[in-house]
Design a protein around this ligand. Structure first.
Ligand SMILES: Cc1cc2nc3c(=O)[nH]c(=O)nc-3n(C[C@H](O)[C@H](O)[C@H](O)COP(=O)(O)OP(=O)(O)OC[C@H]3O[C@@H](n4cnc5c(N)ncnc54)[C@H](O)[C@@H]3O)c2cc1C
Length: 384
């Protein structure tokens, strides 16, 4: 027998985007339903995993630098108020060769936005970070106030607080609405009905499956493998404060120091093959394993023969150029998409939730870069 409940807003997806959207809406006194098929930041979600970087550097993309600033302030406030130390100020170190124009663009943007940072020349890098292999690296940029969000736990904490603020959380698979015009309710696979004034689909890499006609060709979920290399016993050179969170910009490789004893984290930012987030294998491939081992041996010579102590396989939820997708469904007037985090979205969760809330409740002006119209069906990445 089906039951029906009525809300001001129903948010489908309790990853970082949906969690913060529900939180901001509930904070504004809205009656909110938050529905997730598997649970907040579960192992198949893009928000799953222990850690995510929060950095201010975005080349010339000031929009995202400002959103990172806004979001970091909100994350810190939230963690202070809920008394959970889920932000680690490890610092973030960018490294690049002499020819890299993007580092200069980042410097200009950070200056304009008032972000604290330090420029490092090769000799300073060598002195400070003797554990890093700096072949081809001439310059560094250090963001001392940036760092790492404890991702999975942070999302769970936001959901928990949204519930404290009055949101109703449900583990259920939401079936996609099909009617054009105004949607009155959605149904779950268990037959429960959620009626709401507005529906926000924050379904990350699932967006293309939920709305195949509109988004099937516009969201590109890509396979991304993550490795953790074991640190030699008693060696503190790979933990904070000796090693910050790091990015080799031109190599498209990034990682983190040893956090909670998991080892040195390393991941390749290049997009992997297209995958289905429900069914893709979560076991790393021999080819990527070899690449990771070779890269670690080159950049962190002391870890040349270090064992891999943990791995994860996740997926990015890319739009054609890496800009977020936050817009209304073209035919369903009260249905919204919130996604397209494109491998860099986690840090922005608070700003995304605040932005959607502004769209829904205040008719705030929309950012053109987030519109559906700007999302193409072939990939041409521009945001990193
Ligand atoms: C390996 C990796 C490293 C990354 N590193 C960083 C980083 O360092 N810094 C950073 O800022 N970002 C990073 N990102 C990107 C960031 O994690 C994502 O952009 C962000 O987590 C996306 O969140 P989301 O809420 O949109 O999606 P998700 O977290 O995937 O959430 C979507 C949710 O929707 C639910 N759902 C889908 N369909 C339905 C349905 N029909 N009914 C009910 N529920 C449904 C799913 O179960 C899921 O929980 C990384 C991503 C990966 C994969």
């Amino acid at each position: 027998m089906s039951s029906q409940k009525t809300f001001d807003a129903a948010v489908i997806g309790a990853g970082v985007f949906g969690a913060w959207t529900a939180w901001h809406l509930a904070k504004r006194g809205q009656r909110v339903a938050l529905i997730d098929a598997y649970g907040p930041a579960h192992s198949r979600a893009s928000s799953g995993g222990e850690t995510r970087i929060i950095r201010m550097g975005y080349g010339a993309d000031e929009l995202y630098t400002r959103w990172s600033q806004r979001s970091l302030a909100q994350w810190k406030n939230f963690f202070a108020e809920t008394r959970q130390p889920l932000f680690l100020e490890t610092g973030v170190l960018w490294m690049a060769g002499d020819e890299d124009g993007r580092l200069q663009q980042t410097i200009t943007t950070l200056q304009r936005c008032g972000v604290t940072f330090e420029e490092l020349g090769r000799s300073t890098l060598e002195k400070r970070y003797a554990q890093i292999g700096l072949n081809g690296i001439e310059r560094g940029l250090f963001e001392p106030k940036s760092g790492v969000l404890m991702a999975r736990r942070a999302v769970a904490a936001v959901v928990e607080d949204a519930v404290r603020l009055g949101a109703e959380y449900r583990c259920a698979l939401a079936l996609n609405p099909r009617e054009a015009g105004r949607v009155e309710h959605i149904t779950t696979s268990q037959g429960e009905r959620f009626a709401a004034g507005q529906f926000v689909f924050a379904c990350g890499p699932w967006l293309g499956k939920v709305f195949p006609d509109v988004l099937g060709a516009r969201i590109f979920p890509s396979r991304q493998e993550v490795f953790f290399f074991g640190i030699p016993a008693g060696d503190t050179r790979f933990a904070t404060p000796s090693l910050p969170t790091w990015l080799f910009q031109e190599d498209l490789v990034y990682g983190m120091p040893d956090i909670e004893g998991r080892g040195l984290k390393i991941a390749f930012d290049e997009h992997g093959e297209r995958v289905d987030p429900d069914t893709q294998s979560r076991i790393v491939s021999p080819a990527m394993t070899k690449m990771a081992q070779e890269y670690v041996a080159r950049r962190f010579p002391a870890l040349k023969d270090a064992p891999i102590v943990e791995t994860r396989v996740c997926q990015y939820e890319n739009t054609s150029n890496g800009d977020f997708l936050i817009d209304r469904h073209p035919e369903m007037e009260n249905v919204w998409f919130a996604g397209g985090g494109s491998g860099h979205g986690f840090k922005h969760g608070p700003a995304v939730g605040e932005y959607i809330t502004g769209q829904l409740l205040d008719g705030a002006s929309a950012e053109a870069r987030f519109s559906l119209e700007t999302k193409a069906t072939t990939q041409k990445r521009a945001v990193y």
